[in-house]
Design a protein around this ligand. Structure first.
Ligand code: ATP
Length: 765
């Protein structure tokens, strides 16, 4: 057997041609599927009129075809990226979706990467081949196959000579070395074995994925969502999947990954975005955020709610029937006790309070009129009149008002008295002062879990809304019965063999279809409903969540089917996690699984050596993830006098930008410095922007705080004032670690004093 270079090249060219032909037929198939789906959609939309049931079905079909079309166009790039050759002689091509040959007994033409049969593509190794003889990676550009790489796993294979001599890592490394675009890309073609095991882990229970920076936690979390939606489609399409990320910029950064995998049924949100109708535009100081995130805030809020259930010192006076009416302490106190004992939320228990009060006041009025002269109908009349009397209602409202979460929280944080009363046992003077703000101040992300908690404590007196809904349901049912009746009449031929309308659908089902007939997916409906519970919840940067945020999330996932990814070494929030068990114990005790990712795909070894020294300064036994590559660029440092920083920085950054070429660069600095010099510096760097603007990540250079850069990555990072980052917070080392690990190629450090010890070059021992 010959294995000269020329032979190998000829073999490769021949194989690329063969793959091109095959991939060409796959695209033809894809085009045909698109044309067919478009035709069906057009036909469906063209249908007009018809029975209500017909219309319902038409809407459902139109939605289905539209979704299918979206999915078919999402898989255009990199449709097929792999091939498995098995011992049995079978070949399977692997790609972004499944394609079948209808004319040939539905033989698979392309296996969806999530199908069980595709799994060896990610897992097989020479040591554990799983009957895979050869794994082939296909690199395509548009619809053209531009290269292939083979890994022959069967080392005794007689055909070994046909191995192209490329390591399986070549595709991966090419991907990792590529310039960043400002948006995360999917990794379906190069998922690694340790990642695959997490992506395909069972859906039930809580799975925690701990991994250092750049180990692919975010990528894995998103591919897991796609995998679960594929594997448990029916279950999850009803309840939806929620993916929680740390901030809107991050969501913008990851937003394209799931659509590129053909999945649109996922709600991406921050914790601050989980309360329908609230947009959190404000910001808390790190200290205020930490206080708001404490579990003890539940007690503060409970006390604040109870504080709204007032008992007068002696009595309050009102007027009824032009006579003064005393609402006295004993009656109110008794009514309040009964209402509290009902164990209902405040706004619902209010009905109990009012019933009690109106009964007590009825008797009081009856006494005034002479109770012996009155029968029960007279008492009912008085009760009704009292309920209709604005002055009496106002008095009772003041004692037990109906109140929304927004009103209560706004009043609590803008009233020193209310806050002192509610937080007496939990917050000291300084802590309370940290929370105080102007009435009507904008909501912050850390207010949202508090609002959510309050929504639970306050509840909603939905008796009127419920009655209205029941009335509507009765109407819809009657209407559906009418429709069915007409359809039955139309069934003129009384043929016992024929399927009749009522065999297919009954009135209740039809009415139900009207009600739930909606063009919204589960994810879209979930976004509008605070009480929605999801089929699965995935949390990224999970280490940042406060105790209050965990409560809000757990409410959205009573089944506890969750994937939590994060790194406790990167925790920046003062109220964030130091330890996963501490976070999870209150909800699932020790019933959670830990999976670890150990390989860093982002940060080159030269930079990780430096980041590693920072990690070792922390009080943790976490290991530095191993970098898969080197970049050939040692991190550089530059000392600039503090007074010259604003002047010199643009020139330093411009120099670095020239090195980066087409790539993306981030300048990271402490918040105060960014506030101080950010705008001036950005103005003098062409194409640079400051902060988390939506277009920020696409710009050649962006100036951010470390917190804003969490979870993101850039070709080059210039870290300014590491001392400031360290001093900024109790979690300064963690922040420094995050800052150092954002770069995929190059890192520079600009410092104004001596380099902090932890970054200074250490003598070799
Ligand atoms: N198997 C893979 N194939 C190709 N690229 C990968 C793979 N795994 C990870 N990457 C890439 O490595 C980079 C880091 O991944 P990701 O952002 O998911 O890491 P992370 O663990 O969430 O990092 P951090 O904790 O720092 O936020 C991304 O560019 C991602 O696309």
């Amino acid at each position: 057997m010959s294995d000269t270079r020329a032979d190998r090249d000829a073999f490769r060219a021949q194989e690329i041609d063969a793959e091109q032909q095959y991939v060409g037929t796959l695209y033809e198939k894809l085009d045909a599927l698109r044309a067919e789906t478009e035709r069906r959609l057009r036909d469906t939309l063209r249908e007009t009129g018809g029975s209500p049931q017909g219309r319902t079905e038409r809407d459902i079909s139109a939605r289905m075809y539209t979704e299918k079309l979206t999915q078919l166009s999402a898989v255009e790039h990199g449709l097929c990226f792999g091939r498995l050759d098995l011992d049995s002689g079978e070949l399977f091509h692997i790609g972004r979706l499944g394609l079948f040959d209808e004319d040939n007994d539905y033989e698979p033409l392309l296996l969806d990467w999530r199908a069980p049969a595709a799994r060896p593509f990610y897992l097989a190794t020479a040591a554990s081949r799983e009957e895979v003889r050869r794994r082939r990676h296909l690199r395509t550009r548009w619809r053209r196959v531009v290269d292939i790489e083979d890994e022959v796993l069967d080392l005794d294979d007689a055909e070994q000579g046909s191995d192209l001599g490329l390591a399986g890592e070549a595709t991966l490394l090419a991907r990792l070395d590529a310039r960043r675009t400002g948006h995360m890309q999917d990794i379906v073609a190069t998922i690694q074995a340790e990642q695959d095991r997490i992506i395909r882990a069972p859906m039930n229970g809580v799975l925690v994925v701990q991994g250092g920076p750049g180990t692919g936690k975010t990528a894995v979390a998103l591919h897991r969502a796609a995998y679960l939606l594929y594997t448990f489609r029916e279950q999850l399409s009803k309840r939806g999947v929620l993916v929680v990320g740390p901030n809107p910029t991050f969501l913008g950064y990851i937003g394209q990954v799931l659509p590129s995998l053909g999945e649109t049924g996922v709600l991406l949100s921050t914790v601050g975005g989980l309360y329908p109708g609230i947009t959190a535009t404000g910001a808390d100081s790190p200290r205020a955020a930490e206080i708001k995130g404490r579990a003890s805030m539940v007690d503060v809020l409970t006390a604040a709610v109870r504080d709204r259930q007032q008992v007068p010192k002696d009595y309050v006076e009102t007027v009824f029937d032009r006579e003064p009416l005393r609402v006295d302490r004993r009656a109110v106190s008794q009514a309040r006790t009964r209402a509290r004992r009902s164990r209902r939320p405040h706004n619902v228990a209010r009905r109990v309070f009012q019933n009690e009060m109106f009964s007590a006041l009825t008797l009081q009025v009856a006494d005034r009129l002479g109770r012996d002269l009155l029968d029960s109908r007279d008492l009912d009349d008085i009760n009704r009149e009292l309920r209709a009397d604005p002055a009496v209602c106002k008095t009772l409202d003041a004692l037990w008002p109906e109140i929304t979460p927004q009103e209560l929280l706004d009043e609590l944080f803008s009233s020193p008295d209310r806050l002192r009363t509610a937080a007496r046992k939990h917050l000291d003077d300084a802590e309370r002062a940290e929370l105080l703000r102007e009435p009507g101040a904008p909501w912050t992300p850390d207010d949202v879990p508090l609002l959510d908690e309050l929504a639970e404590l306050l509840g909603e007196d939905d008796a009127a809304a419920r009655a209205e809904r029941e009335r509507q349901e009765r109407e819809e049912l009657a209407y559906a019965q009418g429709v069915l009746h007409i359809m039955e009449e139309d069934d003129e031929i009384r043929d016992e063999e024929r399927l009749r309308v009522k065999d297919v659908i009954d009135a209740e089902l039809l009415a139900d279809r009207y009600r739930t007939r909606s063009d919204l997916t589960a994810a879209e409906r979930a976004a509008e409903d605070r009480t929605w519970t999801f089929g699965h919840v995935i949390v990224d940067e999970a280490q940042e969540l406060s105790a209050m945020a965990w409560r809000a999330l757990m409410r959205r996932c009573p089944s506890r089917s969750m994937t939590l990814v994060g790194d406790v070494a990167q925790t920046g929030a003062l109220g964030g996690a130091r330890d996963w068990d501490e976070v999870l114990h209150p909800y699932v005790q020790d019933r959670w699984q830990l999976a670890e990712l150990t390989v860093n795909y982002r940060t080159p070894a030269e930079i990780m050596a430096l980041a590693g020294t920072v990690l070792s300064e922390m009080d943790t036994d976490l290991e530095v993830p191993r970098s898969v590559r080197t970049s050939g660029h040692e991190p550089w440092t530059r000392r600039v006098a503090a007074a010259d920083l604003a002047d010199r920085l643009p020139e330093v950054v411009a120099e670095e930008l020239r090195e980066v070429g087409e790539g993306r660069l981030a300048v990271l600095m402490p918040p105060e410095l960014l506030d101080g010099i950010g705008a001036d510096v950005a103005e003098r760097i062409p194409g640079a922007v400051v902060g988390t603007r939506p277009d920020g990540l696409e710009s050649p250079a962006v100036l951010l705080t470390v917190e804003q850069a969490k979870g993101l990555e850039f070709d080059s990072v210039v870290l300014v004032d590491p001392d400031g980052v360290l001093a900024e917070s109790e979690r300064g080392l963690n922040d420094l670690y995050v800052a150092l690990t954002r770069a995929t190629q190059r890192l520079g450090i600009v410092h104004t004093g001596d380099l902090p010890d932890v970054l200074a070059p250490h003598p070799i021992e």
